[in-house]
Design a protein around this ligand. Structure first.
Ligand code: IMP
Ligand code: MG
Length: 335
């Protein structure tokens, strides 16, 4: 902090929601800007309740945190309003006037398009068609929607003002670098760039204002939809290992594979990572469950972390050991 970008290092679903919620409570974060769109679901467990948020930033768990949706986002109005209600953040959430709108027709186009829906395996939320329309310059913007009037904001101005005032600002990315339209496994990708630089661009914050880039890597890899997954194991094997997951947003089964050091190295490079957050270590090594200090980890876990640090040459500063926001080992230097 003050300005940190949080980006996914694999194919999304690395556990960004959990890391954001931890940072929001702990640091604390004053302004949390979400980028991307409604295709992503960030899962947050807080006070025993599970949230799968498609629109509201994960920083909502801190009641003092200002929540913003950047100009680069695509807003699904009904989903946005429902989540604002669910999380009770009406008085502290804003949407950039220039964010574009996903309409019902976009979701219908997404679902009716066999290339998108069957070959690529999109989430069907309409983000690709909404981005097409935005590129054609015919999209509706947030400022055109009466229900969004009370929420309109200048997100770039708010974020930069907060940074200049030395407040903690977090830019929350969606998906992961391997789903990036530019850097991912094209054509099996989402309809936007998902890199740290793109997260800054969507929020309206310049690269010189960024202090830390945290790349989130899960202790094993998963992906939903089509496309390559090096080292992929069967569903039965995934269940045996405790890696089997279903998607928080769509309920689809996630494919899985072991942690891949080469891919992680590339994620670190493209994002310019200064820190790694490693999630779900307790799923890889069950004895890590609930650990809150590095010393509590078994040797096998310590060795895995040190191998990652050596190979990637970036410190693993945050380690997830359970689903709750505070199930984290925090190795950052205390200032
Ligand atoms: P779209 O983003 O819905 O167009 O889907 C394109 C690809 O990105 C598909 O493989 C989706 O499964 C994947 N995808 C989109 N959003 C997410 C996400 O939040 N987590 C994981 N995969 C995603
Ligand atoms: Mg997700």
């Amino acid at each position: 902090m003050p300005c940190t970008v949080l980006a996914g290092g694999f194919w999304g679903d690395e556990g960004k929601g959990k890391i954001v919620s931890y940072l929001a409570l702990k640091d604390p974060i004053h302004v949390c800007v979400r980028t991307g769109s409604v295709n992503a679901a960030h899962t947050i467990w807080y006070k025993g309740k599970r949230y799968a948020l498609h629109m509201v930033p994960g920083g909502f768990v801190n009641e003092k945190c200002r929540l913003l949706l950047g100009a680069g986002t695509n807003v699904e109005v009904k989903q946005f309003l429902a989540e604002v209600e669910e999380t009770n953040v009406k008085n502290r959430i804003g949407v950039d006037s220039q964010a574009s709108i996903i309409e019902e027709k976009h979701a219908s186009q997404d679902k009716a398009n066999s290339h998108l829906r069957e070959a690529i395996g999109t989430t069907g939320r309409g983000v690709g068609p909404a981005q097409e329309e935005r590129a054609r310059r015919t999209a509706k913007l947030a400022k055109d929607i009466p229900e969004l009037k009370p929420y309109l904001a200048d997100v770039s101005l708010e974020a930069n003002t907060a940074i200049d005032a030395n407040k903690n600002v977090l830019l929350e990315g969606t998906q992961g670098i391997l789903l990036s339209l530019y850097h991912g496994t094209y054509p099996y990708v989402t309809s936007r760039d998902t890199s740290a630089a793109a997260i800054c661009a969507e929020a309206g914050v310049g690269p010189t204002k960024i202090d830390e880039v945290i790349v989130v890597l899960k202790s094993f890899m998963t992906r939903v939809g089509g496309g390559p997954l090096p080292g992929e194991i069967s569903k039965e094997e995934a269940q045996k290992r405790g890696w089997f997951e279903t998607a928080a947003g769509t309920g689809r089964e996630r494919r899985s594979a072991p942690f891949n050091f080469e891919l992680a190295k590339r994620a670190v490079m493209v994002n310019g990572a200064t820190q790694i957050a490693l999630t779900k270590l307790d799923c890889l090594i069950p004895k890590c469950q609930g650990a809150r200090a590095f010393g509590e980890l078994p040797d096998e876990a310590k060795q895995f972390i040190s191998k990652i640090e050596k190979y990637l040459n970036v410190p693993v500063t945050l380690i997830g050991t359970g689903p709750e926001a505070l199930d984290i080992i925090d190795r950052r230097k205390k200032t």
